[in-house]
Each structure stands twice: as C-alpha cells, then as structure tokens.
Design a protein around this ligand. Structure first.
Ligand code: UDP
Ligand code: MG
Length: 326
C-alpha cells in the first residue's frame, strides 16, 4: 500500500476550502493500493480558514492540518508540508481547486513507473491577461539565458507529485529566501511533465498581484543565478570602450576641425544613460545583498503555531532537520 500526502497551502481560503476535501477525495479513493492523507497548511489566514480546517480534520480521519504563527508565504507553506509529511510521496496542490484532482490517478501511475517528480505543465495560459503572459515569457526566457547548468522548466508550477527521494533532498535546503520552482529543478532526479488545464478558482480571490509576482521573479533569479552580476560587468566594459571611442571622436572634432560640439544635449544624454546604468547595477547588487542579508540570519523558514490541534513550540519547527541529520 503506497502512502501519499496531499499538501495544501491555504491563505484566506475560507470561501472554498470546504469544497476541496470532498472533491479531491472523490477522485483519489478510486486509485488502487494507495492510502491518501491530506495536510492542510494554514498560512496565517486572517479569515475563518483555520476554524474550517479544524472542522474538516475533525470530520475526516485522513485529514491533518498545521497552522503558522503568521503569514509566511506559499513557498514556506509548501516547505512546511514537505517537512511534516511522512509518506512515500507527496502531492502539492492549491486549495482553490485550480489544479484538477482527476489527473492525480495519472500522476500516481507515472510515479509508479519510476518517476520521482511528476510535474504538471499548464497547457495554455489563455485565462491570463496578455501582460501576465508576456511577463511570464520574459522571465522564462531570461532564466533560460542565465542558467547554464540546468534548465528552469517552462510553465511548470507547484502542482506536482514528489517521491520520498525529492522530499528528503528538499528538506536539506534550509534557505529562507525560497523559490520552490527553482529548488524542484535544482534537485533533479527523474522528472516527468504531464499536461493539465488550469481551472477557474472554485471560490475566493487570487492572493498574488503583479508586485508579488515580480518580487517572486526577482527572488527566483537572484537565488539561482549570478548571471545578472556578470552581465553588469560586461555592460560596464562595453560602456567604457564606447566612452573611450566617443571621447576620441569628440576631441578630434574639436581639435582638428574646431567643431563647436553642442554641449548640453550631449552631456545630458550621456549623464542620464550612465546614471541609469549605474542605478541599475546598484539595484542588482542590492538584490543579491538582500539575499545575503536574509540568509545570514538563519531564521527558520516558518514557525508552526498548531499541529492537529496541539500547540507547537519552536523546537518542533526543526524536528525535520533533526530527522535529516540522523
Ligand atoms: N497561498 C498561501 N500563502 C500566501 C498566498 C497564497 O498559502 O501567502 C496559497 C493559496 O491559499 C492557494 C495557493 O497558495 O492555495 C495559490 O494561491 P492563489 O490561488 O492565490 O494563486 P494563483 O492561483 O492565482 O497563482
Ligand atoms: Mg489559484
């Protein structure tokens, strides 16, 4: 009998969380030789999500929950699920039923064929705005250019089944600036993508806006590649050579031909251009610095307040690390 835990990060999902269990259970109970468990992670919701989760877990024996001390973000919520799950495999799923539960059978089948990381690839992003799609394309294109040793999977999100091997590998990575999509790719193992269609949200609203997605993209980039730093060095060299050539040109025009060079426009253009590049470079350095700043503090990725109705103290937060060290 295979044991699989479905990890469900929940943040302000009061409106639709009660639909989740019956809808998913309906599909997974048909899968042979498989015992499913649910691990809901309440990511510091401000609405009645926690009360609803307590209700669900009291009603169904295979449902469990843990609740954070505050909102730590989806990446941390998924990690907590990965830390706490004790099973042969885990499935990461959003609480809003945007990930179709009917494909779980297919995921389990692929896992049984020997794949360690069965990841859902969204077939079309048609439901998204033009701007969101274009920005996503830019992000993937940049990541592809920047990361040479491994390739970031395109249009592959967090909906996936991970074998115990991936789970153990992910537990080793305790960085608190987390970009799970990159970490899944980083651990490698045998990956298999399968197509799925993203549904509309069952209830409630999305928790991600353009700013949070932009921040996630920056986090993704700065935690997986230092290529932007090298790029700025390259730009610096290029600009210096350009400046030298331009200086020679201007000096010769003035000295040889006595050409009165128009000062104001030239100076303004060059100043603004260089100023822009300098601020950009500083910004890029700043992004890496902020990563270092957060990482050097070694704070835990999340703090658990409650696990299946029991109040948890911090030591429990690292019990999986102890597990890994054993
Ligand atoms: N989520 C979370 N913490 C957050 C934001 C979101 O746990 O700070 C959860 C949310 O409850 C949902 C999943 O992450 O289960 C995906 O969020 P959402 O549906 O808002 O994102 P979208 O599908 O629009 O990308
Ligand atoms: Mg969603």
């Amino acid at each position: 009998m295979d044991k699989i835990t479905i990890i469900v990060p929940c943040y302000n999902e009061e409106a639709g969380i009660e639909l989740f269990y019956p809808e998913v259970q309906k599909h997974v109970e048909k899968i042979p030789a498989c015992e499913f468990h649910y691990l809901f992670v309440n990511d510091g919701s401000r609405d009645g999500t926690l009360e609803k989760l307590r209700g669900i877990c009291a009603k169904y024996e295979n449902a469990h929950y843990l609740s954070f001390a505050r909102n730590f973000g989806k990446e941390s919520a998924m990690m907590a699920g990965i830390d706490y799950a004790e099973s042969d495999a885990v499935i990461l799923m959003d609480a809003d039923l945007q990930h179709p539960p009917e494909v779980i059978a297919q995921m389990v089948e692929l896992w049984r064929q020997g794949y360690d990381d069965v990841c859902g690839k969204r077939v079309d992003r048609a439901g998204e705005t033009w701007l969101k799609r274009t920005l996503a394309n830019c992000f993937y294109a940049l990541m592809k250019k920047f990361s040479t040793s491994y390739e970031m999977q395109r249009d592959v999100g967090d909906f996936r089944l991970l074998d115990r091997r991936c789970v153990e590998a992910l537990r080793l990575m305790r960085e608190n600036q987390r970009f799970m999509k990159g970490l899944f790719t980083w651990v490698g193992y045998r990956k298999k993508e399968f197509p799925f269609e993203v549904r509309d949200r069952a209830a409630g609203v999305t928790k991600f806006n353009y700013i949070s997605l932009f921040n996630l993209a920056i986090k993704g980039m700065t935690s997986f590649t230092t290529a932007p730093l090298h790029l700025m060095t390259f730009v610096g060299i290029l600009v210096s050579f350009g400046a030298l050539a331009y200086m020679i040109f201007i000096l010769s025009m003035a000295l040889i031909y006595g050409d009165p060079v128009a000062g104001y426009p030239t100076i303004m253009t060059v100043m603004l251009f260089l100023g822009g590049i300098q601020i950009l470079s500083l910004g890029i350095i700043g992004e890496y610095l902020s990563q270092i700043f957060h990482e050097t503090k070694h704070r835990p990725i999340y703090l658990v307040d409650e696990f299946n109705g029991e109040r948890v103290i911090y030591r429990h937060g690292i019990f999986t690390e102890r597990d890994v060290l054993k």
